[in-house]
Design a protein around this ligand. Structure first.
Ligand SMILES: N[C@@H](CCC(=O)N[C@@H](CS)C(=O)NCC(=O)O)C(=O)O
Length: 233
């Protein structure tokens, strides 16, 4: 019998994207909460799974996987769902935007969430860094908006890329909890907004979001999470 996957998660963290994929693919999994309030992602037990100390980790029969984009691609390829196959016409475009989302959009968003990990500690320096990077983030969403196919980012079917971009848009609207946030909403990107609206109507997405207390419109009208356990930060 196949063992269930084990998702190490915190509510509304990057693990959410993996949970959305697991629910959409209808794969068996259980979750282990990482206690963010007490820095659980830096515990020895967690570091043994992901030495970079970042959430998510997905335990699989091939060992512990980390990096959101890698996990999404691994699941999609292994289960032949939610991504064009290696020989499909849309594969190149899919990979290009998946890597853009992971290594450019998500990486830049991280700087706005944790500016202290990237620059000196003075409040003015951190605010200036955040502002600069938020401008970049808006440009990235603009590029993705232009790239949206019909009706999904990858064309006719929803892919893990749609999940990744929708969650990044949610975070842009909600975080950082304090300090200036990006001066844009998903509504400013009409093709992405329409994609996100379709996504949040899907039962699997609603199940995953309910499990983390994200409200009925997690992407188009995002609210602060009210999770049954744990905390986002
Ligand atoms: N490149 C990583 C980024 C993951 C990431 O930023 N995780 C956040 C939670 S959403 C985290 O672990 N933050 C805690 C920290 O950086 O100390 C990935 O794609 O998985």
């Amino acid at each position: 019998m196949t063992r269930p996957y084990v998702l190490h998660y915190a509510p509304d963290n990057a693990s959410l994207i993996v949970r959305l994929a697991l629910e959409e693919m209808d794969l068996p999994y259980r979750t282990v909460l990482v206690d963010r309030r007490n820095g659980g992602q830096r515990d020895d037990a967690f570091l043994a799974l992901n030495p970079s100390g970042m959430i998510p980790v997905l335990e699989t029969q091939q060992g512990a996987l980390f990096e959101t984009g890698a996990i999404l691609l691994w699941l999609a390829d292994r289960h032949k769902m939610m991504a064009p196959g290696v020989r499909d016409a849309g594969r190149g475009d899919f990979l290009k935007w998946l890597f853009f989302t992971s290594s450019t959009l998500h990486a830049d968003l991280r700087i706005t969430f944790y500016p202290g990990q990237y620059a000196g500690s003075g409040p003015a320096t951190l605010q200036a860094l955040r502002k600069k990077v938020q401008e970049r983030v808006l440009r990235h969403f603009g590029l993705l908006d232009d790239a949206v196919g019909a009706p999904w980012l990858g064309g006719e079917n929803p892919s893990v890329l749609d999940l990744y971009v929708a969650v990044c848009a949610r975070w842009m609207a909600l975080y950082p909890e304090e300090g200036p946030r990006a001066e844009a909403q998903l509504r400013d990107f009409p093709a992405l907004y329409a994609m996100a609206e379709r996504l949040e109507a899907r039962p699997a997405i609603q199940r995953a979001c309910a499990a983390e207390g994200l409200g009925p419109h997690p992407f188009t009208r995002p609210e602060r999470p009210n999770p049954p356990e744990g905390s986002a930060t």
